[in-house]
Ligand binder design. Structure first.
Ligand SMILES: Nc1nc2c(ncn2[C@@H]2O[C@H](COP(=O)(O)OP(=O)(O)OP(=O)(O)O)[C@@H](O)[C@H]2O)c(=O)[nH]1
Ligand SMILES: [Mg+2]
Length: 397
């Protein structure tokens, strides 16, 4: 199953524009709230430095593509409906989209840094993006708290006559958040709470809900609409505000990324997603030229449009994922002679045996040993892999 990155935020921040830029799909975009109602899922890519050149080879990717040694590995991107304060109580499109969010492994919170949309996504001026950062976290926390409370009720109603464990009941109630009883127990104990909800006050419950949310829904922030003057001013102010400077905030212009990709499709520019610059390939009208130069200046200042960087920061840094290539010690080709056709995204600290199971359960079950193809060295089942390893699995199956 490919990893899923979810885009969240209040209405009109540019989620669909970001989605379209990253996937080259065309879902509706509009400067009115709730342009998007049903979630869209598309294919985006994260970049991995290809391993083939290290072996003096050129790869033949089965999915995604490779451009001069930069491999673009597919991930799923989900564009969901905008969220407004009170969503957990059913405001706006309410809980529906919260359920859609559960599908995602990691979230990108898109914030309109221009301050030109209010908390509900309506046009305004001078709105402080810090309010958006705060409200979204609170909204997610309230939603978690509600489900946590249901779990506590469930435990209370069963305990006594039956021998039930708190962490089991909570994990069962919160299973949609992809957690388990061990994780829940760890989190409760890490907050110095007893495994008895009767001893928790309102504050403890809120803190617990927040901690479970942070553990199960990693999230980064993207400061969007950075092509506007106001957004740059806000960015400067917020990234130096002691209360916010600890946050990972990736500056972006979804507009710029989309414009460049459109121009690249028409062969007007040579641009590869994530790069810091592009080349104009043909004579274009003065106005278009000016537009592109504006984008170039922006990219120069922020190291690119930020769209690709946001996806990669979310997946690699925040979620903790790495790329591993299945290869062969006697050559990198598969049975058809395709070189390094696959590149798997796996959790950091995956072992050789975990990797075998990722490729195929049969390979995992019959696991004998692995071979690190760079060093031509045998590795055991517990050997922890590293980003960009090339590994052959030797299996009895
Ligand atoms: N200046 C600027 N405007 C942008 C950027 N990204 C999106 N917009 C504009 O912001 C408005 C809202 O964009 P959408 O992509 O529809 O926003 P959304 O978050 O999907 O909105 P909902 O579907 O209503 O939740 C549109 O008018 C976009 O053109 C950007 O990077 N820069
Ligand atoms: Mg939308």
């Amino acid at each position: 199953m490919p990893y899923k990155i979810g885009l969240v935020g209040k209405p009109s921040v540019g989620k669909s524009t970001f989605f379209n830029a990253a996937t080259m799909n065309s879902v509706d975009e509009g400067n009115y709230p709730f342009t998007t109602i049903d979630p869209s899922v598309g294919e985006a890519y994260v970049r991995v430095q290809c391993a083939a050149p290290d072996f003096d080879e050129e790869c033949d990717p089965r999915v995604g593509y490779c451009n001069h040694g930069t491999r673009y590995v597919p991930v799923k991107l989900v564009d969901v409906a905008g969220l407004i304060p009170g969503a957990h109580e059913g405001k706006g499109l309410g809980n529906k989209f919260l359920t859609d969010l559960n599908e995602a492994d990691v979230l990108i919170h898109i914030v309109d840094f221009s301050g030109e949309t209010d908390i509900e996504g309506e046009p305004t001026e001078g709105h402080d993006p810090r309010k958006d950062i705060d409200f979204l976290e609170e909204e997610l926390d309230m939603w978690y708290l509600e489900i946590l409370e249901k779990g506590i009720e469930r435990y209370e109603s069963k305990k006594g006559p039956q021998d039930v464990k708190l962490e089991e009941e909570l994990a069962e109630q919160m299973s949609a958040f992809k957690t388990n009883k061990n994780e829940i127990k760890q989190i409760i104990l890490s907050l110095d709470l007893d495994l008895d909800p009767d001893t928790w006050d309102e504050n403890d419950r809120e803190e617990l809900a927040r901690k479970i949310r942070k553990e199960t829904k990693p999230m980064i922030i993207t400061a969007n609409k950075m092509d506007t003057e106001k957004a740059r001013e806000n960015f400067e102010e917020i990234t130096t505000d002691p209360e916010y400077e600890h946050l990972e905030i990736v500056p972006s212009s979804a507009h710029a990324e989309k414009a460049l990709k459109n121009a690249a499709e028409k062969d007007i520019v040579d641009y590869h997603p994530g790069e810091k610059d592009f080349e104009v390939l043909e004579d274009i009208p003065e106005k278009k030229h000016e537009g592109l130069e504006k984008i170039r200046n922006f990219m120069d200042e922020y190291g690119g449009t930020g769209v690709q960087k946001a996806l990669e920061t979310a997946l690699f840094d925040e979620l903790g994922v790495m790329a591993v290539f299945p290869g062969g010690a006697d050559g990198l080709g598969d049975e058809h002679g395709n070189i390094l056709p696959d590149c798997f995204l796996v959790p950091e600290e995956s072992t050789a045996e975990d990797f075998a199971f990722t490729i195929h359960s049969d390979l995992g079950e019959g696991f004998l040993h692995g071979i690190d193809c760079r060093e031509n060295r045998q590795i055991g089942s517990d050997h922890e892999l590293e980003h960009r390893d090339v590994i052959e699995i030797v299996s009895s199956n």
